[in-house]
Design a binder for this molecule. Structure first.
Ligand SMILES: Cc1cc2nc3c(=O)[nH]c(=O)nc-3n(C[C@H](O)[C@H](O)[C@H](O)COP(=O)(O)OP(=O)(O)OC[C@H]3O[C@@H](n4cnc5c(N)ncnc54)[C@H](O)[C@@H]3O)c2cc1C
Length: 449
């Protein structure tokens, strides 16, 4: 069994932080008015700000710390239409029509990132690539067969069976290939998009923690330092629960997971880029990333490998978790030369598998939700930007019902999605998005449900 190299000498922080230096942004020192106030400095916050600016809205962003401090910098940044909750589970909880809308929205989330990063020439390593979902060695593929059937019913018809992942001697067995997934560098995206937002007239205030939101047709955001922002709408894209600052906000049931991640230097003969995921407990993920070469550090390739396990009260020490992850990686990737970084983070996700996006209940006029730090939730951040932006601009959005923060019980109602016009998000280059994902046909069975 492989025993070296060890994570013991690696740096205890996310690899992305070595690449993007902290950027100074001023704090809010006076009361201001704006059309849309966005709280948060992650993917959902900045992407929403950009889309709204392109539609002529005035936006002001309030970040509790800075662009590097949120969960995006902890992420391994796989962009996938395969969510942590499997499609067969989503279909049984929310119904098949909902699972079709979820799948389409996830595809569109990836397209939105592609449109923005390519349209603005952001150097954030956006790459389309295949993803592979496999069971751990020795486990039955029955789980994958059930998932494959549900994925096809959800409309992701390009997913197919392959005999193994295209890595020599990798113990994947028969597995599912997801074409057209993506990866990127989350902090480069955030820092470069922040620059574009400021150039386009958006205002960004760092070290500005929001203490309270007073709802109303013109909600007021009060900061911990006693300043206030009066606006036409507030978007809460902070991964703290909205209930911390807005009385009566929806409080979905959440599950917590512990993530452990390592980033290892790999030799030049490393494998082709792809995303790998398994269905184990803990589950594992792996991807390559090209780093450096931007004047800050020398170009190099790292392999980012992570595991995620539900927090159920067991207390396996972090060192042991890292060691198990390291052994999992070393057994599969002989190209690993040195483990350079490791980090861990506890994230939460809604127990019904769906992030909450959209306008919160009556009485909180103009307050919109849209953030989640669960694993594989980056696509949801782009979906949140699309749905909230459309809603603020007064357009109907076919996916809004699925992610409605006020949804009751477990079955979401999607029948009315049929009548919602498909829209392209504002401000995107014409033809940048694949049309199909914006006008998903709703089957007859859904119209009657
Ligand atoms: C280890 C790990 C690996 C992940 N890997 C993936 C992956 O491969 N693919 C994927 O799709 N998703 C992944 N995720 C989930 C992904 O990182 C989040 O879903 C995503 O960052 C959410 O983005 P957001 O737009 O909601 O903003 P966030 O990045 O969640 O941030 C929201 C804002 O909240 C505030 N905030 C929240 N917490 C803090 C804090 N502790 N300190 C300061 N400010 C804070 C900040 O203003 C921040 O900007 C991973 C998460 C973790 C923890």
């Amino acid at each position: 069994m492989a025993t070296t190299p060890s994570t013991a000498t690696s740096r205890l922080r996310p690899v992305w932080l070595s690449e993007v230096p902290p950027a100074a942004c001023g704090t809010l020192t006076q009361d201001v008015a704006t059309e849309v106030c966005i709280v948060g400095g992650g993917i959902a916050a900045l992407t929403t700000a950009w889309l709204l600016l392109q539609s002529g809205k005035q936006v002001t962003l309030l970040l509790p710390q800075d662009l590097r401090s949120g969960p995006a910098s902890q992420s391994s940044a796989h962009l996938s239409s395969a969510l942590p909750m499997r499609y067969h589970q989503l279909a049984s909880l929310h119904g098949e029509p909902a699972s079709r809308l979820i799948a389409a929205s996830q595809v569109a989330g990836i397209e939105l990132l592609e449109s923005i990063s390519c349209g603005l020439h952001l150097e954030c390593g956006f790459t389309r690539l295949n993803g592979y979902l496999m069971v751990p060695p020795g486990e039955n593929v029955q789980e994958l067969e059930r998932e494959y059937a549900a994925i096809r019913r959800a409309g992701l018809t390009s997913v197919r069976w392959v005999d193994s992942v295209p890595i020599p001697r990798f113990p994947s067995g028969r597995c599912l290939q997801f074409p057209d997934q993506a990866q990127f560098h989350p902090l480069r995206y955030l820092s470069q998009l922040a620059g574009r937002i400021v150039s386009a007239g958006g205002r960004i205030f760092g070290q500005t923690t929001v203490a309270t939101i007073i709802p109303g047709s013109h909600p007021v955001v009060r900061t911990a330092c006693g300043r206030q922002v009066r606006s036409g709408a507030v978007v809460w894209a902070d991964s703290r629960p909205l209930g911390a600052v807005l009385e009566g906000a929806p409080a979905p049931e959440m599950d917590r997971c512990d993530h452990h991640v390592i980033a290892a230097r790999v030799g030049v003969q490393s494998d082709a880029p792809m995303l790998l995921w398994d269905t184990g407990t803990p589950d594992h993920q792996a991807r390559l990333a090209d780093l450096g070469g931007d004047g800050v550090s020398t170009p190099r390739q790292v392999l980012i490998v992570s595991s995620r396990h539900p927090l159920l009260g067991d207390d396996i020490p972090h060192e042991q978790r890292f060691r198990m992850l390291e052994l999992w990686a070393l057994e599969r990737f002989p190209s690993i030369e040195r483990i350079e970084y490791r980090w861990n983070y506890q994230a939460s996700s809604a127990s019904d598998g769906l992030v909450s996006i959209g306008r919160v209940a009556a009485g909180a006029g103009g307050v919109y939700l849209g953030s989640d730090d669960a694993g594989n939730s980056l696509t949801n951040s782009f979906v949140a930007a699309l749905v909230n932006c459309s809603s603020i601009l007064g357009h109907a959005q076919p996916w809004a019902a699925v992610y409605d923060p006020n949804r009751q019980g477990q079955r979401v109602l999607v029948a009315h999605a049929e009548s919602a016009p498909s829209i392209r998000p504002p401000g995107l280059p014409a033809g940048a998005l694949k049309r199909e994902s914006w006008s998903l046909p709703v089957p007859k069975s859904a119209r009657q449900s």
